[in-house]
Ligand binder design. Sequence first.
Ligand SMILES: [Zn+2]
Ligand SMILES: [Zn+2]
Length: 157
Amino acid sequence: MTSELSGKCACGNVRYEIRSEPLVTQACHCSDCQRTTGSAFVIHTIVCEEDFQITGETRMGIGPTGSGAGCELHSCVSCGVIVWVRYRYHKVPVIAVRAGTLENPDAVAPQAHIFTSRKLPWVSLPADVPSFAEGVDRSQVWSQESIERYESLPSID
Ligand SMILES: [Zn+2]
Ligand SMILES: [Zn+2]
């Protein structure tokens, strides 16, 4: 695993590699992400599932989402760190990788800050990155290439 976009859990039992350009990276400030990270916000890099290669045993928990559709939280069975998440409102095979688990977390940077209506008051957002009180407006943030890749993915249902 030599790709810049490789990562691991805290104990190293779970390792992964992202084998294509991520669709987008965003910071989510919603209450659910605050709770599951125990922090102010999460950094999610959205990738096509077929380009996500993972080794090591994980378990799946179910978490709430603002959409009501819920999400699957996939964590290392040994150390419990959540490595990736599936948001069920996506009807195509994309997943959110928790970018803090990357070997080089500075390899990605948020292209949008979302659910800033729940943002903790002491977090200052950069002026040059779009922010949204609720969900992202994809057309304002995603590259045209990413939108086309997303729309060309097969439907899950
Ligand atoms: Zn682990
Ligand atoms: Zn969130």
